[in-house]
Design a protein around this ligand. Structure first.
Ligand SMILES: [Zn+2]
Length: 260
């Protein structure tokens, strides 16, 4: 019995150490409150923590994700899958970019960052354009999304489903999605969502509650721009050109969210 408990403790300790994004990121919530939290930015971005990290919301419903050259092919596939199958079904339009533009919301990198305690994290650099949403949350253009290929975190990247889980999780943070449950994830119950903390090989999608939070967030609700009748707006489907990051004229016409 003792041996088994000790093994269990060691395993939990390892998982916490290998947190997708760190347990300390979430604020303390009442024990037993395991529901999905509403969107929001979290923590200042200049804390002396390793790796530097902070969670921001997006600034509107078009989420431009640039794939840095460092991103491996399997991780590109995982990111595309999460963008298409997890976040496109929300009100968001996810747009892959092969190069940065002034519209870039997220830059995705992968590298061996060493054993820094995280398999993945997001961060808003100090020189990134940023503002506040109407709800007071920080939005950030050029958020960095980092995936750590250090062998220590191999469990998070060793197959398609694992990579899709991590991609879903970190992309969620770039939109302001927060962790479910009280880390560690051993406190049941937890929702079927990639936004659980510390769950390598966890779910590859988000919970309906997460979807509802995205769709209800003021900056992410599609609205006609002033002076333009709704009937004149083009369809909402992203075009092939938009997917490569090109501006496609009228398809870019959306409310400018809550630029601060
Ligand atoms: Zn996280």
């Amino acid at each position: 019995m003792h041996d088994r408990r000790n093994q269990s403790r060691r395993r939990i300790g390892w998982l916490v150490g290998a947190a997708v994004v760190l347990a300390l990121q979430g604020p303390s919530v009442a024990l037993g409150d395991h529901g999905g939290r509403e969107l929001g930015s979290f923590s200042t971005c200049n804390r002396p923590v390793i790796p530097p990290r902070c969670t921001s919301v997006g600034n509107n419903l078009r989420h431009y994700v640039a794939f840095d050259a460092s991103l491996t092919d399997p991780l590109r596939d995982a990111m595309r899958s999460a963008m298409e199958h997890v976040y496109e079904p929300t009100r968001l339009v996810m747009i892959e970019q092969a190069a940065l533009s002034p519209l870039t919301d997220v830059i995705a990198f992968s590298a061996d960052y060493g054993e820094n305690g995280a398999a993945g994290w997001v961060f808003c650099p100090s020189d990134a354009p940023r503002g506040r949403s109407s709800l007071g949350h920080r939005w950030c253009l050029g958020q960095e999304l980092h995936l750590n290929l250090n062998p220590r975190y191999g469990l998070f990247f060793d197959d398609d489903a694992s990579r899709r889980h991590v991609a879903c999780h970190e992309l969620g943070h770039t939109l302001g999605l927060r962790h479910w449950g009280n880390p560690p994830e051993t406190d049941p119950p937890v929702g079927e969502t990639c936004m659980q903390a510390n769950t390598p090989n966890g779910p590859t999608g988000i919970h309906q509650t997460d979807i509802d939070h995205i769709n209800a967030y003021p900056s992410y609700v599609r609205q006609p721009p002033r002076g333009v009748e709704l009937a004149q707006l083009p369809g909402s489907e992203p075009t092939a050109a938009a997917r490569t990051g090109m501006i496609t004229g009228a398809n870019q016409v959306y409310a400018p969210a809550s630029l601060a």
